[in-house]
Write a new protein. Structure first.
Length: 248
């Protein structure tokens, strides 16, 4: 049923006068036909970078060797992200979460409320875990599109992912904070970073020190007193009549 609605709405857009929508649908159709899988983007990007490397004068063996070394140097981080995504998917498609999604899809009653509700859920869940939010909010958006028939599925689909562009980096699963808190960050070798954080040095920064905590914020300079403000004259500027504003 959703596929039928998708086709009907695409036909309506193509017949209309909204040229940005027609261009977007043309690109979508091209991508779905020629690059239906994310692995296709990897192959295209690899070939493109290889060609650019050859154009700069590098030898093929040097480029292949650099690609191999770069792949294995990132394998730990890659496997960590893969584990996070697989775990988030397993939780999002479990039976209890599926029942929760079915109930949450009944909350919005209008197209506008459906779009706002999806965006709010995306940002809240992304703060908790960005990988879980990817799958959970996408399934929720699909269920809401089935329940609220008049909602624009394109806007609903776009609102399933604002968490990745807003709050995920500051969330509990933010990659930067977790990386700095780990022993491989090298924070223990920088005296300016870990000074005073514990006896004998530290092994990375605590997670509480990787955000914008009040202790890490720079101290604001005190404001000018009335008699010391630049551009003022005397000691009674902006004073109530009959009172003293301070000493010069």
């Amino acid at each position: 049923m959703v596929g039928d609605v998708h086709t009907e709405r695409d036909a309506e857009v193509l017949e209309g006068d909204t040229w940005p929508a027609r261009v977007a649908l043309r690109f979508t159709a091209f991508t779905e036909r020629w690059l239906p899988d994310a692995f296709g983007f990897v192959l295209v990007g690899t070939c493109l970078i290889f060609a650019l490397g050859l154009a700069t004068g590098e030898s093929p063996t040097t480029l292949v060797d650099a690609w191999g070394q770069g792949f294995w140097s990132l394998i730990q981080f890659t496997l960590q992200l893969a584990t996070i995504i697989i775990g988030g998917y397993a939780v999002a498609v479990s039976a209890p979460v599926a029942r929760l999604i079915a109930r949450m899809a009944q909350i919005p009653k209008s197209p506008r409320a459906a779009i706002a509700f999806t965006a709010a859920v995306a940002m809240i869940s992304s703060y908790l875990n960005w990988a879980f939010s990817l799958i959970f909010t996408a399934i929720l958006a699909k269920e809401i599109a089935r329940v609220v028939r008049s909602v624009d599925y394109r806007a609903l689909g776009a609102m399933a992912f604002p968490g990745l562009g807003t709050v995920w980096a500051q969330g509990l699963s933010g990659s930067a904070a977790l990386q700095v808190a780990g022993p491989a960050s090298g924070a223990d070798r920088d005296p300016a970073v870990h000074r005073g954080h514990g006896p004998g040095g530290t092994r990375g920064l605590p997670v509480s020190r990787t955000g914008s905590s009040r202790a890490d914020r720079p101290t604001r300079p005190a404001p000018f007193p009335p008699s010391r403000r630049p551009g003022t004259r005397g000691t009674r500027m902006s004073c109530v009549r009959g009172t003293r504003c301070g000493e010069p």
